[in-house]
Ligand binder design. Structure first.
Ligand code: APR
Ligand code: PHB
Length: 395
């Protein structure tokens, strides 16, 4: 088989890239290790920057997020048992974020890909990338016991943190930066009305961090910080709801609607960046290149901005015969990645209980929260990062 761009991974990064390239008349094949149902079964974050929503429109899949997404104008910070609204829209001259699950983004992109008759190879095993440092890269994989090869111009490594693409780069050519946090997030999805349908709630309590989010007016997503070695089986639904209520202010705690969980999982928190994001004719995008802790809701949005930079670069290559975008892809993408890494690390540090932070660190955290909610300058800094810095920020 021959294609222009071989995309490894059919998560949001790979699917969005495939769609944007298709719109520009560029041929791409996606090779995915799992089945489509497995990919759709992964529950992940669900807050979209306007830049991401705009990209979904550009990819031709914006109708449902427009119709069903919930626009948020503010977030609420809870600490010392008190709620403090941050008027995100007011502080950013009208910007908003949209609650719409990553699962739904993935479903919309999968449907569009299928409707356009584009090739996705699901359940491909032993995927390998070859000769991306020369001019004729290749991808090989096995499917139903048969070996297959794709010849291509470029390979897009959109295969997540544990993918094969980053792992195929010679160790000396890549620099990795990592910070692992000493706790996890226990997340619960439940078919109940959200306690706060108009704002996302971030709580710093002496029992640890908690977050109230939503997928729709009838479906809620909640999280509590938990010890990293806890097991999902340690947390009955009842224990989860009790713990969540204990971390919120009394008014909000009293209004939480509980119900059976339809999904419950524990995720570790990690900051990670691999540099550079291009190796000859291999590009990394999304979780394959970087991970943020979920506190700032930046994971999916960063994947989308990588894909915007990469699709523009490839379109420029084919349509204008210019490699300027390809040559600057890594540097442009990494500039935005590091800004989001900083923001996600900062918000994580501000809102969680750290096992090794005693008296002084705790007091500094309280002073910073107090400064944040009373200073318009600092609130604006939070707000402008939360809605997403412009794609050309600082350029
Ligand atoms: N071969 C083929 N496919 C692979 C391989 C492999 N060796 N390894 C992993 N994959 C697939 C995974 O099965 C997965 O479907 O690559 C896909 C990567 O998808 P994601 O992990 O979702 O990463 P990405 O598309 O970059 O999405 C970015 O946004 O909210 C965040 O972290 C969250 O997943 C999220 C991300
Ligand atoms: C979510 O809805 O899953 C969510 C929202 C905000 C975050 C993280 C996750 O910061």
């Amino acid at each position: 088989m021959r294609t222009q761009v071989a995309i490894i991974g059919a998560g949001p990064s790979g699917l969005l890239l495939g769609q944007l390239l298709h719109k520009a008349g560029i041929d791409a094949v996606i090779v995915e290790r799992q089945s489509g149902d497995y990919v759709l079964g992964r529950i992940r974050a669900g807050i979209l920057e306007q830049i991401t929503v705009d990209l979904l429109h550009e990819a031709g899949v914006g109708q449902r997020v427009q119709r069903e997404g919930t626009v948020h104008h503010s977030i609420e910070l809870v600490y010392a048992n008190t709620r403090h609204p941050i008027d995100v829209t007011g502080l950013t001259r009208g910007k908003v974020v949209t609650a719409y699950g990553q699962t739904e983004v993935t479903r919309d992109l999968m449907d569009a890909r299928q409707a356009a008759g584009l090739t996705t190879v699901y359940e491909a095993s032993n995927v390998q990338v070859h000769e991306f440092d020369g001019s004729h890269p290749r991808v090989t994989y096995e499917k139903d016991g048969k070996k297959n090869e794709i010849q291509c111009d470029f390979i897009a490594g959109c295969d997540g943190f544990h993918g094969v693409c980053r792992a195929s780069v010679p160790r000396g050519a890549i620099h990795e930066f990592e910070k692992v946090y000493p706790f996890g997030w226990l997340g619960v999805l439940a078919e109940v009305a959200p306690v706060s349908p108009h704002a996302i709630v971030y709580a710093n309590s002496e029992r640890g961090f908690a977050l109230c989010s939503m997928r729709s007016l009838t479906r809620s997503r909640y999280y509590v910080q938990c010890p990293i070695d806890d097991k999902v089986s340690d947390w009955s639904d009842e224990r989860f709801w009790d713990e969540l209520r204990l971390r919120l202010d009394p008014d909000m705690a009293g209004r939480i609607v509980t119900g059976p969980s339809i999904e419950k999982s524990i995720a570790p928190l990690r900051s990670f960046v691999a540099e550079p994001m291009r190796f000859g004719r291999l590009f990394l995008g999304g979780d394959a290149a970087h991970i943020v802790p979920p506190t700032g809701a930046k994971g999916l949005n960063l994947a989308a901005s990588d894909v915007k930079y990469l699709s523009s670069a490839l379109i420029e290559h084919y349509a204008e015969k210019s490699d300027a975008g390809i040559d600057s892809y890594s540097q442009r993408a990494l500039a935005r990645v590091w800004r989001a890494e900083r923001f996600s690390w900062w918000l994580t540090s501000l809102l969680h209980r750290f096992p090794d932070t005693a008296g002084f660190g705790q007091k500094i955290q309280e002073a910073e929260l107090d400064y944040l909610v009373h200073s318009e300058a600092m609130s604006r800094s939070l707000a402008e990062n939360y809605v997403g810095l412009p794609l050309d920020f600082g350029q």
